[in-house]
Design a protein around this ligand. Structure first.
Ligand SMILES: *[C@@H]1O[C@H](CO)[C@@H](O)[C@H](O)[C@H]1NC(C)=O
Ligand SMILES: *[C@@H]1O[C@H](CO)[C@@H](O)[C@H](O)[C@H]1NC(C)=O
Ligand SMILES: *[C@@H]1O[C@H](CO)[C@@H](O)[C@H](O)[C@H]1NC(C)=O
Length: 454
């Protein structure tokens, strides 16, 4: 048997983008919408499928321990994974393990996006692993509090380790095949931590937009949004940021006026609940903040309802209604566009409705898991955007084997998305850098295989 010796310190690539995600629900709806759009895009699946059904991604289930830290607890659950064997050369070919985060994973997770796009170059096997307690990987007992204590990044990392071992046996993967973890956002943090904690199992990781630092009061999120609204490279300007401030000031003014002004505001901005209470007003303002933050966080991504350029155009009176338009009118139109895109009737709900929804222990089988993610942010990470993510990422190299990459015009996890003709030069360059870094590492892996056999 070939013994593969990992003699170097952890190769790890931390990719940070000029944008970030917050627990606010509208922002998560936007993320879900964009992910579904990208995963279901016929163009991408068509490209990868080619003739023959053998190329179809396969789904599988791993039996995992519910509590991997308690030897006397033998309860288990089924964890979903997807496999794309289309490019795999077998033998010593690398394994690209795409980690899931706080949402369900579909077949697109192994067919589209960066890990899948990189696979042909090295003949890699692409596997994705759904995070425990999300999608269909929810243990019996659902989302009750008693069960949620088995939900944490530590549990997720234990799953990565046992999945890595079980899948090696299942697919007869050679012990000299290097395993490379990929992940975006929270899953990017998991990818980085997996490499740091288990260097004997994970050869390298590419962590995209990974907020690896936990923080309670995450006011920097809005600082990044504000800077992005001024960035001319993505269609922002000083005037645009001023227009956003003016629109929010107008919303607050109308909220304070109460009475008819407040009732008009409710219908104009499509708030579901009445706006009499401070709590419901906070829900509306939070949703508007997520709308603007979402334009920055998902700027330029396929399926995003509004880019920064479009948002700025609306707020600065574009759209052929220049004479009558105010920033507030532009914000109204932005709200309509986003609601139409998401197929949603309301922008914000009452606080009572929001809380009732979070209390529901009924699992959502697809999309984001709001209750679970709120639990994780409460118990582990914070990320309360009191007021984007790269401020919590590592944006400078930590040594020769831990590289970092900041893509200035890229939004949250954009490097993980499928390539598009409209991709900016800095994004293309960023992807190229990731490719070259992997090239270097995989060469290193090959050399060490040769040495290991001696
Ligand atoms: C470990 O599991 C056993 C059996 O389910 C249980 O009785 C015990 O309380 C668990 N210990 C902890 C620390 O959870
Ligand atoms: C597993 O792979 C090895 C080479 O890596 C091969 O010799 C062996 O026959 C394979 N076993 C099965 C069951 O495919
Ligand atoms: C122009 O903007 C005003 C104010 O928002 C609105 O009432 C009007 O319907 C708009 N006209 C057109 C043609 O969109």
């Amino acid at each position: 048997m070939t013994v593969w010796l990992a003699r170097w310190l952890g190769p790890l690539l931390l990719v940070s983008l000029w944008g970030l995600s917050a627990p606010a629900s509208l922002l998560r709806r936007l993320g879900e919408h964009i992910q579904q759009f990208q995963e279901s895009s016929a163009q991408g699946l068509g490209l990868s499928l080619g003739p023959g059904a053998a190329a179809l991604p396969k789904v599988g289930w791993l039996e995992q321990l519910l509590d991997p830290f308690n030897v006397s607890d033998r309860r288990s659950f089924l964890q979903r994974y997807w496999v794309n064997e289309q490019h795999w050369v077998g033998e010593d070919g690398p394994i690209f393990l795409h980690l899931g985060g706080e949402g369900s994973l579909g077949p697109g997770s192994v067919m589209r996006g960066h890990p899948a796009a990189l696979a042909p170059a090295w003949g890699a096997l692409v596997i994705s692993l759904e995070h425990r307690f999300y999608g269909l990987s929810i243990p019996a007992g659902g989302l009750e509090m008693a069960q949620l204590r088995f939900l944490s990044s530590r549990h997720a990392l234990a799953d990565v380790v046992s999945a890595r071992l079980a899948l090696s046996r299942l697919f007869n993967i050679s012990s000299s095949s290097p395993w490379i973890c990929f992940g975006g956002s929270y899953a990017g943090s998991l990818a980085a931590w997996a490499r740091l904690k288990f260097p004997h199992l994970i050869f390298a990781s590419v962590a995209s937009s990974a907020p690896v630092r936990a923080v309670l009061d995450f006011s920097e999120y809005n600082d990044v949004v504000s800077r992005s609204l001024m960035s001319t490279a993505i269609g922002g300007s000083l005037e645009c940021r001023a227009a956003v401030s003016a629109a929010f000031a107008e919303v607050e003014r109308r909220l304070r006026l109460g009475g008819a002004a407040q009732a008009a505001l409710r219908s104009e901005l499509s708030a579901c609940g009445t706006l009499g209470s401070a709590e419901n007003q906070a829900e509306l303002l939070g949703a508007l903040q997520a709308l603007v933050g979402g334009a920055v966080q998902y700027d330029g991504q396929a399926g995003a309802p509004l880019s920064v350029r479009q948002l700025c155009g609306l707020l600065l009176g574009g759209g052929g209604n220049r004479s009558h338009s105010t920033p507030y009118c532009g914000l109204r139109r932005a709200v309509q566009i986003v609601l139409h895109s998401l197929g949603q009737k309301c922008l914000s709900f009452s606080r009572a409705e929001t809380v009732a929804q979070l209390r529901s222990t009924e699992p959502q089988l697809s999309g984001v898991g709001d209750r679970q993610w709120l639990y994780q942010t409460c118990t582990e990470f914070g990320f309360w955007d009191t007021d984007p993510w790269h401020v919590l990422s590592v944006t400078q190299a930590l040594g020769s084997s831990e590289s970092a990459l900041l893509i200035r015009t890229g939004s949250h996890c954009l490097d993980m998305a499928p390539e598009r003709p409209s991709d900016s030069p800095s994004l293309r360059l960023g992807r190229q850098n990731i490719f070259q870094q992997l090239q270097t590492w995989l060469k290193l892996a090959k050399e060490s295989q040769v040495k290991g056999e001696v």
